[in-house]
Design a protein around this ligand. Structure first.
Ligand SMILES: [Ca+2]
Length: 457
């Protein structure tokens, strides 16, 4: 009954009194009554602009630490006072663990200032940044973990490899991970040159790039963007900056793995593998060299913490996995040699299947610039396909952490058959888990999250 009365009072307040009254004419006491009523109307949380007396429709919002722990009706006055002295934004959220409703004063950032908002959240001990336009919360990960990632992709075919790489740069901007290097496991230096363009475009020109030199011969190409690095303007100038350039060379992919791993602390490296496993396979089969006296298996066992892979077909279906089948000899060796105490998390294709990012949405999200490598692909190749966002899932999972964004299967071991089927055998001591497909709300959330990353600049 109490709840009904309070809800009713909130509706009355909203509809009859305050909407007609300019905010500045209200006393803080009246405002506090209103904010209290809002907490009953929006038990899951709200953000409220005291200037416009409305729920904001855009912008990023982060709570100030000064109004932390304001969970009583009495404390709302203090929150309002702080808000008046700052951005005039008041928010509230309910802690599901304690049932307490917390009120806070918020700072507003433009939607394209995610890194600044996350930094502010971290400085203020806040777990989340709220995006009002997309109605999603972004984790600030303020208890910063030391996530060191090697990104292994088959750049030069589907564009989801590019979006996953874009997300890694954005995570770097937010200081949520360190990208140690990019391995291109699709042969042809044009594919590594495309990464060189991306590194430069996103402000990380020195991230090392390795290139597969003895991998899958002539793999299928879905979208032929491999010449993106050599795009020129109408007056003949290169469109995109590069740091390796035409005369530079790339280390063989497995060699770069060895070089990077040897220099890292033990059990510290996360690998996000979203292409073939040729370089990983050659790494495991490698012997001691100038970078490490260890063979590949021992080097991986010593340095690698976990691997997040786009691939695998689990559950009831027995289909071939494209990434593994295209390089079946390498893939079989990879599964055979990978030490069984390295955590493996698979993102099967079916999980990313509902994540359509249309060409129109991509171009719209990148409308903040005329010249952009991904936009170029969609504009100049007249690429109008929907691209499923398979690869970003492995990156998101690697950075956001287990079970934050996704549900995983119980543990087990995964083996690969000579025909490319991934077989999962449940075992509580197993090193492998796979991601379950999410509900529609989850797919919408992830796609919004990828799109929020894309508009940052
Ligand atoms: Ca890929």
């Amino acid at each position: 009954m109490k709840r009904i009365i309070l809800l009713f009072s909130a509706i009355i307040l909203t509809s009859s009194v305050f909407c007609q009254a300019p905010t500045e004419t209200l006393s803080d006491k009246d405002l506090a009554t209103y904010i209290w009523a809002l907490s009953k109307t929006y038990p899951d949380g709200f953000t409220f602009d005291l200037n416009t007396f409305s729920h904001p429709k855009e912008g990023l919002y982060v709570s100030y630490k000064e109004t932390q722990n304001s969970f009583t009706r009495k404390s709302i006055r203090k929150v309002i006072k702080h808000a008046h002295a700052h951005d005039n934004i008041v928010g509230g959220w309910r802690d599901p663990d304690t049932g307490l409703f917390y009120f806070d004063s918020n700072r507003r950032f433009p939607e394209d200032s995610l890194a600044a908002a996350v930094q502010f959240a971290r400085d203020n001990g806040q777990h989340t940044v709220y995006d009002a336009k997309k109605d999603i919360n972004v984790l600030s990960n303020y208890e910063q973990q030391d996530i060191r990632i090697i990104y292994d992709c088959d750049m030069g075919s589907s564009t989801d490899d590019l979006f996953a790489l874009m997300m890694l740069y954005r995570y770097m901007d937010m200081k949520r991970c360190t990208l140690l290097g990019v391995i291109v496991d699709r042969m042809d230096r044009a594919n590594a040159d495309a990464v060189d363009v991306m590194n430069n475009y996103y402000g990380y020109p020195d991230i090392p790039i390795g290139l597969e030199k003895n991998g899958v011969k002539d793999p299928r190409i879905f979208i032929p963007y491999h010449n993106m690095a050599y795009a020129r303007s109408t007056d003949g100038e290169p469109l995109f900056k590069r740091s390796v350039g035409d005369n530079g060379d790339y280390l063989d992919g497995y060699k770069l793995y060895r070089k990077i791993l040897a220099a890292q602390p033990d059990k510290s490296v996360t690998i996000a593998s979203v292409g073939f496993v040729t370089c990983l396979s050659r790494l495991l089969q490698s012997g001691p060299d100038e970078y490490s006296p260890l063979n590949g298996v021992d080097l991986v066992a010593k340095k690698v913490k976990n691997i997040y892979m786009m691939g695998g077909v689990f559950g009831d279906s027995f289909e071939h996995d494209y990434n593994f089948t295209a390089a079946i000899g390498y893939s079989l060796k990879f599964f055979e040699l990978l030490p069984k105490d390295i955590d493996l998390v698979f993102s099967p294709g079916e999980v990313g299947d509902p994540l359509y990012y249309s060409a129109a949405e991509v171009i719209s999200d990148l409308n903040w610039t005329d010249s952009h490598p991904i936009k170029w692909i969609y504009q100049f190749l007249k690429e109008d396909k929907f691209q499923k966002m398979w690869d970003p899932l492995a990156v998101i999972n690697a950075v956001e952490g287990d079970q934050v964004f996704y549900k995983l299967s119980p543990r087990g071991f995964v083996t690969l058959t000579p025909t490319g089927e991934t077989i999962f055998t449940p075992d509580p001591n197993g090193n492998a888990r796979y991601q379950y497909p999410g509900p529609k709300g989850w797919s919408d959330y992830v796609l919004k999250y990828i799109r929020l990353m894309a508009i940052q600049h």
